[in-house]
Design a protein around this ligand. Structure first.
Ligand SMILES: NC(=O)c1ccc[n+]([C@@H]2O[C@H](COP(=O)([O-])OP(=O)(O)OC[C@H]3O[C@@H](n4cnc5c(N)ncnc54)[C@H](OP(=O)(O)O)[C@@H]3O)[C@@H](O)[C@H]2O)c1
Length: 289
């Protein structure tokens, strides 16, 4: 029998994931804090749940993809939280980017109800979510991953099983810290050449032929050169991921000076931005007022 799938969180990522699940023929039940955002999927055949507990109770596999740790705590343990609704034998997959500690806490709460848990944060952006080509970083058991593969295969193209619960989030935070540093470093180099009287485009041309070549040049340099930052991966979420990475480092007694310095730069831009820009807007740090 086809697995019944639940989805909590219909933001930039969750909505296209829901669309792909419907296209693949899954019976899908959805819930979003702001109910209007569920309308499109309901029009296309998704069932609407009254609250997180309701969606959980109708699911063999429940996927959560919400903003941050407080959002995950709200949907799992808040009023009518999902944890209490999950049937024994079901699987909770959390694709939100959160701390490894919270992932392990959720896994323990699931285990008490004989529910399996995977931390499964993703990379690939809203583009990857639309194309069903996300890359999943997974913490949990291999047999659980195999059980939910029919569902995840509709959403992604690569599944890295990285260790026990929490390992997926650990790798995701480390990777996003690196991405944030790369884009910050690119913005800094662009500011330097521009200040030196050379157009930023010339730096990018040279970098594309040098050891400094990286995919962020293709994806982020064009908007940085135009000084336009439509949100693909919002700066507010990258800022959250950096904070979680630095908190994890502190918990482990690790000093990450480059990460700390870059976090201060992103914080300054976040505090000043009145819109909801992409994280490439870190380049605004060097904009003339
Ligand atoms: N965007 C990307 O490119 C990308 C890529 C990889 C990973 N991620 C990660 O995926 C997750 C979702 O990202 P997104 O881009 O989809 O974010 P988003 O567009 O900002 O959507 C956030 C979702 O979380 C919900 N939410 C926030 N606070 C909540 C609360 N207290 N209770 C219940 N629901 C709450 C929002 O509900 P409302 O609609 O009511 O606000 C919305 O459904 C984040 O952890 C992010 O770091 C994002």
């Amino acid at each position: 029998m086809a697995l019944k799938v639940g989805l909590i969180g219909l933001g930039l990522m969750g909505k296209p994931m829901g669309q792909n699940l419907l296209n693949a023929g899954f019976v899908l039940t959805v819930w979003n804090r702001t109910p209007e955002k569920a309308k499109d999927l309901a029009d296309r055949g998704a069932h609407l749940a009254a609250n997180p507990r309701d969606v959980a109770s109708r699911s063999d596999v429940l996927i959560v993809i919400v903003s941050d740790p407080p959002a995950v705590e709200d949907v799992l343990w808040g009023a009518n939280g999902a944890i209490d609704g999950l049937p024994p034998g079901s699987v909770l997959i959390d694709s939100s980017t959160i701390s490894p500690e919270l992932a392990r806490r959720a896994a323990a709460a699931c285990s008490e109800r004989s529910v399996d848990y995977l931390d499964a944060p993703v990379t690939g952006g809203d583009w990857g979510a639309k194309k069903g080509e996300l890359v999943f970083m997974i913490g949990g058991k291999e047999n659980v991953l195999e059980r939910v593969k029919p569902v995840l295969s509709v959403l992604g193209k690569k599944f890295f099983l990285l260790g026990p619960n929490g390992a997926g989030q650990t790798v995701k935070l480390a990777m996003n810290l690196l991405l944030a540093l790369e884009v910050d470093a690119l913005a800094e180099s662009l500011a330097l050449v521009t200040a030196g009287g050379v157009p930023g485009e010339r730096l990018i041309d040279v970098m594309q032929s040098s050891m400094a070549r990286a995919t962020v040049l293709d994806v982020k340099a064009p908007s940085m050169l135009k000084n336009e930052f439509p949100s693909s991966f919002p700066l507010r979420l990258m800022h959250k991921d950096m904070r979680l990475a630095l908190e994890l480092a502190r918990q482990k007694g690790l000093n990450l000076p480059a990460g700390e310095a870059s976090y201060a730069t992103y914080s300054a831009v976040k505090d000043k931005s009145k819109d909801d820009p992409d994280y490439a807007a870190v380049a605004r740090f060097w904009s003339k007022p």
